[in-house]
Ligand binder design. Structure first.
Ligand SMILES: [Zn+2]
Length: 223
C-alpha cells in the first residue's frame, strides 16, 4: 500500500522524499512532516518507524496519509538548525508577521531569508495547496510539549492525553514566518506541532517513538 510518490531535489542535490499510504482518490488527505530543523533527528526517526510499520502491517484509515520524514536534508548533513543556506526553514513562510531575522531559544538570532525564498518552503507550500490536507502533524524537538495552530485545540488536547506530553497554547516565543502561522493561523488548516524531548541514544529514540505512536495512530485514525 505504501508508495514513494515524489522526490524533489534541494539546491545541493539532496533528495526530499514524499510517501503516501493511499486509501482512495476521493478520501481526504493528511500530512505528517519532520526535520524542518537539521539538528532535530527525533521526528525523522519517528516518521521512518511509521513508514516501516505501514510497510509491514495491513492497516485501514479514512485518510490518504502523506509522510515527509525529512524536509531539510542539507541541514541534516551539517547537523544545523538552518538549511545549507543558513536559513531557518520554520521562519521562511510568507506570513503577515514575516521578519528577516528571527530569535529562538536554541541558537539565538537566525536569518529567515526572503519570504518563501527556500526551495524546501516552496515544496511545502505547493503540497499544502495541491492536497488540501485536513490536518497536519509536524514533529520537532526538544521542548517536550504539544503546541497547535489553527482550529486544532480539541485534536491537540486528545493528542496530548494519548502521549502524555503537556499541551500549550503558545510556545512562549515569537515564531514569525513559521509554518504554523502560515498553514494554521492564516490558512486555517489544523496543525499539531509535537516537540519531543531530547533523544541522545538509539534507546531514547525508540522510547520517544513508543510514547508518541498511540497518539500518531489516533491522529491518522489508523486501525
Ligand atoms: Zn524545530
Amino acid at each position: 500500500m505504501l508508495k514513494k510518490i515524489n522526490t524533489w531535489k534541494d539546491l545541493f542535490g539532496n533528495d526530499i522524499d514524499l510517501w503516501c499510504c493511499p486509501v482512495r482518490k476521493s478520501a481526504d488527505n493528511i500530512l505528517l512532516v519532520a526535520r524542518f530543523h537539521g539538528d532535530e533527528p527525533e521526528g525523522e526517526f519517528c516518521l521512518r518507524k511509521m513508514l516501516e510499520e505501514l510497510q509491514n502491517t495491513t492497516v485501514s484509515s479514512p485518510y490518504n496519509i502523506y509522510i515527509l520524514p525529512c524536509l531539510n536534508p542539507s541541514g541534516k548533513k551539517l547537523f544545523t538548525r538552518a538549511n545549507g543556506r543558513e536559513i531557518d526553514l520554520n521562519r521562511n513562510y510568507p506570513t503577515e508577521n514575516f521578519t528577516a531575522i528571527s530569535v529562538n531559544p536554541h541558537t539565538k538570532e537566525m536569518s529567515s531569508g526572503e519570504p518563501a525564498s527556500e526551495i524546501e518552503t516552496q515544496i511545502m507550500m505547493k503540497l499544502v495547496q495541491d492536497y488540501n490536507f485536513k490536518r497536519i502533524l509536524s514533529i520537532h524537538s526538544d521542548l517536550h510539549l504539544i503546541d497547535y495552530d489553527g482550529p486544532a485545540k480539541e485534536l491537540a488536547k486528545h493528542f496530548s492525553k494519548l502521549c502524555g506530553y503537556r499541551l500549550v497554547d503558545n510556545i512562549g516565543y515569537q515564531t514569525n514566518g513559521s509554518f504554523g502561522t502560515w498553514v494554521g493561523v492564516e490558512r486555517k488548516t489544523p496543525l499539531i506541532t509535537v516537540e519531543t524531548w531530547h533523544g541522545e541514544t538509539a534507546q531514547d529514540m525508540m522510547k520517544i517513538w513508543q510514547e508518541l505512536k498511540p497518539a500518531v495512530w489516533n491522529f491518522c485514525e489508523l486501525k
